[in-house]
Write a protein that binds this ligand. Structure first.
Ligand code: 2DT
Length: 225
C-alpha cells in the first residue's frame, strides 16, 4: 500500500466578506508559490464561464430573479461541474488557490434565512479544502474604507459596498455571523485589518506548510460527509 506516499497539490480556499482582500491576496500567494517553483493555479467560484455560471452572473447583476433555494443549488452545481477537473489537477500535483468555495455558498444563503443544514447538503461530497484561509475584517471597517475611497475618487460607478446584489452592510453582518458557524480544523483566521504585507506574510507561512503536507501524501477528503 503506497497510498500514503501519493504526492499531490493542495486545495487552498480563501474566504471572507466582499472586499476583504481575497483577490489581491490570492494573486500574491500564486506568485509566491510560483517563485518556489510549485505548480499552482488560481481559481474562483462562482466560475462565470460555464452555462450555470452565466445564470449566476446574471442573477448577481440583478438582471434576473431566482428563488433563494434555486440560486443556492446553482452555486453548488457550479462547483460540482468542476469537481473532477479539480481532483485531476490536485492528483497531478497542481495546487489550487480558490477564491470562495462552499463556505461562501452556505454563509450567503443562510444569511438570507435558509436552513444551514439544508444549505450544506448539496455540498457534501465535494472535495474538502486542505486549508481555508478566512480573511477576517469587520463589515463596518470595510464599509468605512469604501466610503472614504468613494469620496476621494468621486467614483460613482462601482461605488457602494458591493455593486452587485449582496452589497448591504446589514446583509454582510449576517454573512459574517454565518461564516463563524462554519469554522473547523482546516480553518485559519487571519486578521485582515493588519497591514497588507503582514497579512501576506501570515498567508505565506500557512500556505507553504499546507503545500508541504500535501506533497507528503496527505489523503484527499470530502466535505461534510
Ligand atoms: P465574487 O464577487 O467574489 O465573484 O462573488 N456567493 C458566492 C454565493 O452566494 N454563493 C456561493 O456559493 C459563492 C461561491 C458571494 C460573488 C458573490 O456570490 C456570493 C459574492
Amino acid at each position: 500500500n503506497n497510498h500514503k506516499s501519493d504526492s499531490r497539490g493542495a486545495l487552498i480556499v480563501l474566504e471572507g466578506l466582499d472586499r476583504s482582500g481575497k483577490t489581491l491576496q490570492s494573486r500574491k500567494m500564486i506568485s509566491y508559490l510560483e517563485g518556489l517553483s510549485y505548480s499552482v493555479e488560481s481559481w474562483r467560484f462562482p466560475n462565470r464561464n460555464t452555462g450555470v455560471g452565466q445564470m449566476i452572473s446574471t442573477y448577481l447583476a440583478n438582471k434576473s430573479e431566482l428563488d433563494d433555494h434555486a440560486i443556492h443549488l446553482l452555486f453548488s452545481a457550479n462547483r460540482w461541474e468542476k469537481r473532477s477537473l479539480m481532483e485531476n489537477k490536485l492528483r497531478s500535483g497542481t495546487t489550487l488557490i480558490v477564491d470562495r468555495y462552499s463556505f461562501s455558498g452556505v454563509a450567503f444563503s443562510s444569511a438570507k434565512g435558509l436552513n444551514i443544514e439544508w444549505c450544506k447538503a448539496p455540498e457534501m461530497g465535494l472535495l474538502a479544502p486542505d486549508l481555508v484561509l478566512y480573511l477576517d475584517i469587520p463589515p463596518e471597517v470595510i464599509c468605512s474604507i469604501i466610503k472614504f475611497v468613494v469620496e476621494v475618487k468621486k467614483a460613482a460607478e462601482r461605488g457602494g459596498y458591493g455593486g452587485e446584489r449582496y452589497g448591504q452592510l446589514e446583509f454582510q453582518r449576517k454573512v459574517a455571523l454565518s461564516y463563524q458557524i462554519l469554522h473547523d480544523a482546516s480553518w485559519k483566521t487571519i486578521d485582515a485589518c493588519l497591514p497588507i504585507e503582514y497579512v501576506e506574510k501570515q498567508l505565506q507561512e500557512a500556505v507553504l506548510d499546507c503545500v508541504t503536507t500535501c506533497q507528503k501524501g496527505k489523503p484527499l477528503s470530502q466535505l461534510w460527509s
